[in-house]
Design a protein around this ligand. Structure first.
Ligand code: KIV
Length: 288
């Protein structure tokens, strides 16, 4: 996000490559400017200080501490068991590391569906205890009241519609949403509800590109695609997917920019063999 803005400076030199020029700290208003100026927004998930530091220094605009930590940190089969207490320390680690990126805390299943006061209570906990800059929650029309209440307390909200993993059982599995004319109408209705409730951006997950393009055209707030094609205002990926950290099949929309799984596997095999043969530690690793 290299929006022209009074607080923009050329990005400082960093060891990971040239980060784009842009705001010193990405704020929700920069999302709006980016949409108006047609500048793509970038987002990655992060669950710890080490990855947050790398992504932040590379100029990624926002870091989502997603409830996908359920799968990628805690080893659960889905995001459903993740709790607020589990996500807060991860979010705090990311927030401590991110000097430029906007940090978004994901509100997990069971922490906001009960009503607007429950939603506000959870959002306040994230803001106070994790130092995040915004929260995200799933659902369009059904989450309108919750979004409105959180926003009224001065907390920015990112919406999330289309395929919403917390409802995977209700939706009948990992299914593309927004197909057919009634699916597209429902998606547009959800998107407008999120916008009317005051969200600053909305994630569109696993929806046909043509429908995402239509939603993007209809909304004033930016759309962030996760498997929503190119005609959205920004792109978000789960870091372990984009970096090839996971074994096995990845969804069609994922582009793997590295194969960290094999890099780490090679490294750990090498270490194990070196210890077994006595090649490590070598004299240069010893203290005099
Ligand atoms: O938890 C997560 O990683 C998410 C994104 C996939 C949108 O919600």
């Amino acid at each position: 996000m290299t929006t022209s803005d009074a607080s923009s400076t050329p990005a400082e030199q960093n060891p990971y490559g040239a980060a784009p020029a842009g705001p010193k700290r990405v704020r929700t208003r920069h999302f709006q400017t980016a949409k108006q100026q047609g500048i793509p927004i970038t987002g990655l998930t992060s669950y710890d200080m080490l990855t947050a530091q790398i992504f932040d220094q590379a100029g990624i605009d926002f870091l989502l501490v997603g409830d996908s930590a359920g799968n990628n940190v805690f080893g659960y089969e889905s995001t459903l068991p993740v709790t607020v207490d589990e996500l807060i320390p991860l979010t705090r680690a990311v927030a401590m590391a991110a000097k430029r990126a906007l940090v978004v805390a994901d509100m997990p299943f069971g922490s906001y569906e009960g009503g607007k006061e429950e939603a506000l209570h959870t959002a306040v906990r994230f803001m106070k205890e994790s130092h995040s800059h915004a929260v995200k929650l799933e659902g369009g029309v059904r989450s309108r009241k919750q979004i409105k209440r959180i926003v009224s307390a001065g907390i920015p909200v990112m919406g999330h519609i289309g395929f919403t993993p917390q409802s995977e059982h209700g939706l009948g599995g990992h299914m593309i949403q927004g197909r057919g004319s009634s699916g597209a109408e429902k998606l547009i209705e959800d998107a407008l509800a999120v916008q009317d409730a005051g969200a600053f951006a909305v994630v569109l997950e696993m929806v046909p590109g043509s429908v995402a393009a239509e939603v993007t055209k209809r909304l004033e707030i930016p759309t962030i695609g996760v498997g929503a094609g190119p005609d959205v205002d920004g792109q978000l990926m789960v870091w372990s997917d984009f970096a090839g950290m996971t074994e096995g099949r990845v969804p069609r929309f994922v582009k793997q920019y590295a194969n960290l799984h094999s890099v780490l596997t090679d490294a750990v095999n090498h270490f194990r063999d070196d210890v077994a043969t006595g090649a490590y530690p070598a004299p240069e690793h010893n203290y005099e």
